[in-house]
Structures are given as C-alpha cells and as structure tokens.
Design a protein. Structure first.
Length: 299
C-alpha cells in the first residue's frame, strides 16, 4: 500500500478490518491483503508501516483484556519466591455464562498455575524462529501476491476450526494449560499463520482445542501467545523500514488506524469470548468456506 494513497477513511476501514479479523478466527492478514488488492493499493513501505501500526492497536487490546493474567505472570518472573500459583480464570468476562450450550464447562473455574502457563508460552513461542528463515519469507511474499493461495489458506483455516469443534465436543474434562509437547504443537500451528489466509487466532485456538484445552482457555493461550509474535513481527518490520528509510505518510491517518483497530479490537475480543461460550468456533467455518471458494473462483 502506498502511503500517499492512505486517506483517513481508508485508514479507519483497514483499522476496523484489522480489529475484527485479528480476533475472529478468519485471518486478518488474508482479509487485509484482499482488501488492499480490491482497493487497487500497491504493497510497499507505507503499507508495511501502516500494518505495524494497526497490529499495535490490536496488541494493546490484548494487553488490556488479559492484564490480570500478565500481571500474575510478571509477579512470577520478578518475585519467584512469593508468586501465588492461582491465576485469574480464562473468561475475562463479567462472570455470566461459563458453560457451553451442552452445559459443559468451557472456562477454568479451577485455578491456573501461573508458572505452568508462562513455561507453556515460552515453548509455544520457540517455533516462530523458523519464520526468520529466508525461504519462509520468500514463501510468504509469494503467497501475498497470489489470491488463490489465500483462498486455499481460508479453506485450511475452516478445516482446522471444524475439526477442533468436533474434537472439543467429545471432551468431558478440558485442560486449563497445555502440557509442554502440546504447547510446542500449538506454536507450530501459529507458525502456519504467517501465510495470509491462515488465521493466527484460528490456528492456535483450533490446535489448543483439538489437543484438549477448553474453548476459553484455548483463546486465552492463543492471545497471550500472540503478544511475542506480534511484537517480534512488528520489530522486524520496523528494523527493515529504518534501514530503507521511513516512507512519507500522513501521521493522522496512522493515528486513526491505530485507534480504530484498538477500539474495534477490544469489542471484538469480548464478542469472540461470548461466542466461544455459547456456540464455539463452528459458525466461522461456513463463512471461511464460502470466502475461500469465492477467492479461488475469482482469483
């Protein structure tokens, strides 16, 4: 996206799209790539810098929503001899619905071990190192310029969500925190999301649910795992921009994109958690199937 082409209205639209698609398991990268293509915008330094800004907005939404979990983990790092093991439950909601439509618990009413969660997050982050390999970067760049590849990835996300929902409906005692091997597998699922069209939240929530976590603990682990992923990707993009020079851009458009992505992200995250409690991830499957097939047909 060329920075001079970024009007305030388009910045707000793309910020809202990022705020919705980052949290709903439908792939923000895939939707942004398609939206920019439909709008006739060219990828470039301005687009990369704007993407950093709107991702920062959704990152702030995660930090605020899960602040109690992050504080508990921070106490474990800073005061290891005095950290309480109990974590906030996985809802982040106001305490109303805590079971799914079949009456099964989907959030953890039992205390979560903060140290176990921190260890799982560290393990889940390790596979991201593979994203730095040049062949992987080349694959991502190629996929961004081929709509049909994005369409296939939408269908892959749909398949993962459908399988995860099928698996989780057969579980009677869901876990709160993934075990070490499970955390690594969820991290590998997150690595797949470097491809546009494969949802980061969708792949990690689906993997966590398929491996035995309840819906809301899976969402919590997914979004906490997003923090180092988004920070790392943003830092990498920022370093690249500084090496090649910052593009000419309207600071107000960037501010609008940031604020809209943050506000919409906060609201969307809460909506997603309520949906997970009530209906699970299955409603997103037909949307992704229709979108994926449409992109394949039109691409």
């Amino acid at each position: 996206m060329s920075a001079p082409d970024l009007s305030l209205g388009l910045a707000a639209l793309l910020g809202a799209l990022q705020g919705v698609a980052e949290f709903l398991p439908i792939s923000s990268s895939g939707h942004l790539a398609l939206a920019e293509r439909v709008a006739g915008l060219e990828a470039g330094a301005g687009g990369h810098s704007f993407n950093i800004v709107v991702h920062a907005g959704t990152l702030l939404a995660v930090l605020i929503h899960y602040r109690d979990d992050l504080l508990a983990i921070a106490r474990g790092v800073l005061r290891p001899g005095h950290v309480p093991k109990s974590m906030p439950d996985a809802t982040g909601l106001s305490g109303h619905a805590r079971s799914d439509s079949q009456g099964h618990a989907v959030s953890g009413s039992a205390p979560t071990d903060a140290r176990a969660l921190l260890f799982a997050l560290v393990l889940g982050t390790l596979p991201l190192a593979a994203a730095l390999a040049p062949p992987v970067e080349d694959l991502v760049i190629a996929a961004e310029h081929h709509p049909r590849a994005i369409g296939v990835c939408f269908l892959v996300t749909a398949a993962m969500l459908g399988f995860a929902e099928w698996r989780t409906r057969r579980q009677h005692r869901p876990q709160e925190v993934p075990r070490p091997l499970q955390a690594l597998l969820i991290g590998l699922a997150q690595l797949l999301a470097i491809l546009p069209g494969i949802s980061r939240s969708g792949s990690t929530i689906a993997a966590a649910m398929a491996l035995g976590l309840g819906r809301l603990p899976a969402a919590r682990f997914s979004f906490l795992l997003a923090i180092p992923a988004i920070l790392g990707a943003s830092l990498k993009e920022a370093i690249g921009l500084m090496k090649h020079g910052l593009p000419a851009a309207d600071p107000l458009a960037f501010l609008v994109g940031f604020l809209v992505s943050f506000v919409v992200g906060v609201a969307t995250l809460r909506v997603l958690l309520v949906l997970l409690v009530r209906v699970g991830v299955l409603p997103f499957v037909p949307y992704l199937v229709v979108l994926g097939l449409a992109v394949l047909a039109l691409g």
